[in-house]
Design a binder for this molecule. Sequence first.
Ligand code: HXC
Ligand code: NAP
Length: 266
Amino acid sequence: MNVQFDFAGRHVMVFGGTTGINLGIAQGFARSGAKLSVASRKQDNVDAAVASLGAGAFGAVADVRDEASVAAALAAAEARHGPIDVLVSGAAGNFLAEVNSMSSNAFKVVLDIDLLGSFHVVRKAWPHLRKPGASVIFISAPQAVVPMAWQAHVGAAKAGVDQLARVLALEWGPAGVRVNVISPGPIAGTEGMRRLAPQGPDGDALVRAMVPLGRMGTPDDIANLAQFLSCDAAAYMSGTVIPCDGGAQNMLTPMITAAAQQAQTH
Ligand code: HXC
Ligand code: NAP
């Protein structure tokens, strides 16, 4: 369901905003009148996302692990659309692997994308943010607080993202910049669910069974919360980590362990 917000004339930049949940966030802001910039690694994804975001959208190829490419994307975005009113940091990598079978590089690659990449995004974005007034949103995951087997790398990375956000809310608050985190639950049709959850009707039923509201989420659910957090109604919200998951956070540990075991045997 789309909730109507008004971001006419505002500049929204989404890192990792070319597919899945993050593209849904970008599309939600675009429907509300914002000027969009998106960035990710793959030119094809960037081109398709820009085409879906309407006239004037800007896309940049950037790898969040490479701070120079992040800085270049931010500078080009500001040159196109002006200072950034809403910054979303959502690039991430994930795969199922138990600690005993994970190489140092496998652990590191997820830390590099999710956590160090988020640091690069905010560190390089500071000069480009509208001050006062900007809203910064990180996309985290339940693994940050709920221990999940085969997800040590993601749990460590996203816990770091949550705490980076809390510290930034302290440091940037005096400049009038708000910083919050959205922690999505299971979102249907996404790469994250394709990689983590058992597939097919039985898999969907298993996932739905862990959600008190009885359904998987949609990218629009996350887009609506991102817009709420960036609108004037949320003017006193900063330093928060908000699950958007149909109430699933209290049921996740047993379910994810079962789902991961099932996925591993397929
Ligand atoms: C064990 C693995 C592995 C696997 C990769 N590696 N896949 N180890 N099991 N399934 C290891 C590799 O062997 C290598 O270690 C190291 O990880 C780096 O792999 P590369 O392929 O060289 O990395 P790269 O090309 O940079 O790709 C990064 C990636 C890839 C994370 C591995 O999957 C990617 O680009 N993902 C982006 C899209 C994505 O993951 N979306 C889902 C987000 S969902 P060695 O030792 O061999 O060098 C999400 C949370 C969802 O984040 C939460 C749901 C509740
Ligand atoms: P997705 O479609 O794979 O989205 C990841 C995005 O990040 C892609 O646009 C990808 O594009 C980009 N990306 C990956 N590595 C990058 C890098 N090094 N530099 C720049 N961009 C990079 O996955 P998703 O499932 O929608 O997940 C989106 C976000 O939601 C992630 O932060 C994830 O942790 C979080 N989340 C998802 C779920 C879920 O149910 N799916 C649940 C909780 C949290 P390129 O390949 O072009 O780089």
